[in-house]
Each structure stands twice: as C-alpha cells, then as structure tokens.
Design a protein around this ligand. Structure first.
Ligand SMILES: *Cc1c(COP(=O)(O)O)cnc(C)c1O
Length: 382
C-alpha cells in the first residue's frame, strides 16, 4: 500500500504533511457551494486565528475557576458563556461550559436532570435527535417516546396522557417526576416544541426537568419576532446549543447552561486544584477561543443579521421549490425547508438529508439563492 496517508516507521518532512492537508482542504472547499442539506455554517474562515494552533490550550475543569495548569483561555470561555447566558435568558446563578458538541450538552442536561429526579423517565418526541436516546442509554434512563402533532412538534396532550399512565402504574403517587427533552428546531423539519405547554402537561408526573435541545434552533429562535419560548427564562431547566452549526466554529463544539443550584456535587480535579462539574476533564481551549473570535467579531448585531439573511434565503427556497412543484413545507421562522425527495443523483449532488419520501435543505449562511435556483433546475430536469 503506497498511500500518502499511511503512517509509517519513518516520518516525513513537515512540508510533505502540510501539502497533503492543503490538497484535502481544497477538495472539501470545492463542495461547499453544493452543501445544502446539513445544518452547519461553512462560510466562516478562521485561518487568521492560526496562532491558536501553535500550542495546546486546555480549559480543564470549570470555566469559572482558576486552575493551576496555566495554559488555559478560560477568560475567553467566560466571555462566550456570558454572551450565551444573556441570549438564553440566564442570570448570575447560571452555570455553563463550552462542550465538545451539542450532543455533550444533551448528555449533561440529562445528567443534571437525573440527579434531580433519579427515577424519572425521559420523555422525548418521535422527532428528537438520536443523541437524546444515546444519552439516556448511557445514563440508563428509561425513555418514553411521545408522538408529534402534524406540524412536527411534541404533542402536549399525548405527553400528559403518558405521564398520567406512568403515575397510575405506580399506584397513583406522583413523585418520580418527568424529564422532558424539548427540541428547538427538529432535525428534519425545524419544528420548535412548545415549552410552556410541555411543562404544564408533564406536571401530572410530579416534578419536571425540561431540557431544551436547541442545537441549531436556539440561535434562530433568539432572533425571531416574536421570539418563541426556547430558553431558561421561558421555562427550560437546561439548554444546549451547538457552536459549529449556525455560528460555523471550525471545531465542533457547543454550550450548555443550567442553574448552578441543579448541579450534582462535583469532585475537585485532583491535580487541577479546581472544581470540575463538566463531563470531561480536559476541554478544547481552541474551540472556546474560536467561538469568542466569532462572537466578538460579529457582535450580537452580526449574528442577528446572519439569522435574518438565512431566513430570507429559506423563504426564497420555499417559493422556488413550490414553483418547481416540489411541495415545500417550512415551520414558521425555520431555516429548514422540506420538500419531495428527488432522485438519488440530485440528493448526492446537493448533499441533501432525506427521510422517507422527503428531503430537506437548511439555509445556512453559505447557501445562496443561486444554489437554490440550480437545485430547482435539477429538480425540473430529473
Ligand atoms: C445537530 C443536532 C444535535 C447534535 O448536535 P451535535 O453538535 O452534532 O452533537 C442535537 N439535536 C439537534 C436538534 C440537532 O440539530
């Protein structure tokens, strides 16, 4: 085997390594204009921040705590968390950290929830992200699937019925509680679950922990008028958001937030000299610093304008797809547009995500009206 990727006994000159990497990135970048189906912003180029790659930057342990290692950028992380806390309706009591992904944020939310209600099942909608199930499996929590309404949101009356059934199966005593995972922007349809209605519905179970999985849709909802209920101020007990989706951080990451009083007791990291409530120990200082670069450069206004521009592209795509006879559907305010699933060649060309007889595109910042027109031309031709 003579692949340039094979790692051998003898190393090679660094230039040889970088030329392979440069060629690979060039190939990836060529695909970007046709990447319509997945919810990640591929338009932010952070290569000017390359000095961050010149050494290991490790934000081990809680972001609020000084640790003894000295090679952290927790001050950047705290600035990022402070911005997200404001956007997500938190306050001085809000704890949070920069996670490795939206999914780690879900796992952390359920971890906190199980500490509050150790015997409560996890109620999730049929359209929830599969990471919710994975997190429940890791934590050995029972799951109950709640059907969706026609618009793709979790059905509150079905949730109430299932909570009552669970309570009645235990002799009618409330007390186990309910852990409910609401999705703010479902994967396939961009639907936003109704937080207040879900909390009300789950009360039959006793105590409720409501986690908002807002991986993509949190920052979309935050800049919507009127703003749908999605965050801590609107009744969520924990919220997780992805950092690489709408914001386009070039390293997968996320943010999770919850009131400090809900945190399970944490060990003090032995060699850190700092308390550590996070799920790991070492965490990416690179991701935290890049998120800071992104937010500091754009400002809140820049993020808002990006969301508005994406929403205009989604509206444009809905009209164009209707004219092409593809029966588009779009949840109000969403960046996701579903339509009739085209043939496999068109799906592959445009990197479309599909489910059953439907496909979707997500109007991320790199998705242009010209690309939408070209997709529609393909649909007409196939
Ligand atoms: C993308 C997504 C996730 C998973 O987030 P990652 O950052 O990819 O781990 C979870 N839930 C929803 C609704 C998502 O869109």
């Amino acid at each position: 085997m003579n692949s340039p990727l094979r790692i051998e006994e003898d190393g090679v000159a660094a230039e040889q390594v970088w030329s392979v990497v440069t060629a690979m990135v060039g190939e990836l970048r060529q695909r970007v204009p046709r990447m319509l189906g997945f919810p990640a912003n591929l338009a932010w180029d952070a290569s000017a921040a390359h000095s961050l790659l010149s050494m290991l930057i490790n934000n081990a342990g809680d972001p609020s705590e000084h640790d003894d290692s000295g090679n952290d950028v927790k001050s950047f992380e705290r600035a990022v968390l402070s911005w997200f806390t404001g956007i997500a309706g938190g306050d001085r009591d809000t704890y949070g950290y920069v996670t490795a992904s939206g999914s780690e944020g879900i796992l952390f939310g359920l971890f906190v929830a199980r500490h509050r209600f150790p015997r409560a099942p996890v109620y999730l909608s049929a359209d929830a992200h599969y990471s919710v199930r994975k997190a429940a499996t890791i934590l050995r929590m029972e799951t109950v699937t709640v059907p969706c309404r026609d618009d793709g949101t979790m059905d509150p009356s079905a949730l109430a019925r299932l909570c009552r059934r669970h309570r009645d199966a235990r002799g009618g005593r409330p007390g186990d509680g309910a852990v409910v995972v609401a999705t703010i922007g479902t994967v396939m349809r961009g639907a936003v679950d109704d937080l207040p209605a879900l909390r009300e519905a789950a009360l039959a179970a006793g105590g409720v922990h409501l986690h908002a999985d807002a991986a993509l849709g949190g920052l979309v909802a935050a800049f919507c008028h009127p703003e749908p209920a999605w965050n801590l101020a609107h009744g969520a007990d924990s919220v997780s958001v992805s950092g690489h989706k709408l914001l386009g951080c070039p390293v997968p990451c996320g943010v999770v937030l919850t009131p400090r009083r809900y945190l399970p007791p944490a060990p003090t990291g032995q060699y850190l000299g700092a308390p550590d409530h996070t799920l790991g120990c070492s965490r990416s200082g690179l991701a935290a610093a890049l998120l800071w670069c992104r937010l500091r450069e754009a400002g809140t206004r820049g993020v808002r304008e990006t969301v508005h521009r994406c929403r205009r592209t989604a509206a444009y795509a809905t009209e164009a797809l209707a004219a092409a006879g593809a029966h588009p559907e779009r949840f109000p305010g969403a960046l996701t547009v579903t339509f009739d699933r085209p043939g496999p060649r068109t799906c592959a060309t445009w990197h479309l995500a599909t489910q059953g007889d439907r496909a979707h595109l997500v109007a991320m910042p790199h998705v242009t009206p010209q690309a939408v027109d070209a997709l529609c031309a393909d649909l007409r031709g196939s």
